[in-house]
Write a protein that binds this ligand. Sequence first.
Ligand code: B12
Ligand code: SF4
Length: 441
Amino acid sequence: MKVLFLEIDAERRWATAALGPAFLAAFLRRHGHEAAPLRVTLDADMDDLAARVREAAPGLLGMSLTTRQWLRGRDVARALRARLDIPLVAGGLHPTFSADDVLRHPGFDYVCVGEGEEATLELVETLARDGEVRTPIANIQVRGGPPTTQRAPFEPIDALPWMARDLLAEEHGVVHMTTQRGCPFPCTYCAARMFNVLYEGQTYGRRRSHESVLAELEAIRAAGPLSYVIFLDDTFTIHHPWVKEFCRVYAERLRVPFSLHARADTVTPDLLRRLKDAGCHQITFGVESGSPRVRRDIMKRPISDERLLDAFRWSKDLGIITTDNYMLGLPGETREDLEQTLALHERLQPDDFGYFVFYPYPGTDLFRTCVEGGYLPDDHLALPANHRTSILRLPDLTQEDIASFYDRFTAARARNLERKYGDATAAAIIAAEMKASAAVG
Ligand code: B12
Ligand code: SF4
């Protein structure tokens, strides 16, 4: 059977398409099925899209969805169902934690809850054989059916085929890699960590062997240009023995510059030095808030200001570019907390940073807090994840408060960019980003 994976553009073209379908496509191809991507661009006309789908003649459509992609994905599924009769399975973080809601909408027949390789294969083979799902498939919830049971995470992780890179839309030899699945930390706003809860009693966290990671990168280099590697692991710097050995073999065999994501409390000067020597060019740290109270009590991320300042200083001293992210407008946060975030940002002086109005992702602890506190509007799943305007009605912060801090972060970013690139380029970057933001309302 052929599976056509629809990549839903919801605001802008990212440097990579969703990784999940690239894993699934590789797995399906290994088992003799066909898989292809189709990008649903922002200007896509639904009649044209339906014509292209018809021409590709898939037996099953797949859609990977984050919450940001959900509203557009919902509209695309409805439009396709009005024109075609091809079953559609959705997967990824949003459907995993909102399966009932997704399946209420026209055009969605199945939701993959959690890891998808074996489940999608079983769904494809069942549909190819029977034309429908008569007996339950673990991890696959059927429209109108009961919640699914969960199959064990795939083991051994090295036995998964490497991502099918034709689905990723990578350019210029810049490649995206994952060396592990899962993150052991308990951050209350994080959808990714909820996989640990979904797989409670089993081990979701698994890391590939060095040989598997290196062999994949060497194969990419042999097949074409390899200029930069972006490691997308949630926290690359966990389990130091693995990271140290990685640095040793990577420096020996590849030495291609790379980026990674880290938590400040998982790095040491020694580890950073090894990463730098192996080719680490840039690290993104999640700082999230400048208020120790918010980090400790609301986010369950009890990292001290000192530790954050140290991690940035150590990295900069080694010449590693630092980037960080902040969130604005969590339940329980106050204006004073947000002032502290701006103040800490001034002390950290990252090379660049992202700032996001808090949006509660289904499944997370803070989503529950918002529901229990009555902070979510009833139609929250029908509201876009806005950039500047919070969807929440919070007791300690108004939407205007949050928007005014968002504007102050925009001004801080403009100053940062001006220092680096001069006024004209900084203004152009900010204008382009504002335009992309406007696309989601
Ligand atoms: C890589 C990455 C990106 C990449 C690619 C996106 C992607 N979906 O892969 C880019 C850079 C584009 C990106 C951007 C953003 N991201 Co991001 N990203 C990640 C990250 C770090 C890793 C994803 C990964 O490794 N996937 C590896 C595969 C193997 O895992 P998987 O995606 O879960 O896929 C498996 C199953 O879910 C399932 N599956 C997945 N898709 C499908 C589809 C079908 C049809 C089926 C059957 C099964 C299935 O099978 C897969 C294989 O087992 C995750 C964190 C995480 N750990 O998930 C955040 C994460 C997905 N991102 C997140 C966010 C918030 C964003 C942004 C909004 C960031 C921002 N503030 O602007 C944007 C939105 C992007 C968009 N298009 O809407 C959130 C999403 C939360 C949510 N509920 O929506 C996450 C979970 C981070 C977090 N800690 O909360 N991101
Ligand atoms: S460290 Fe990052 S990925 Fe891990 S639980 Fe916290 S926010 Fe999520």
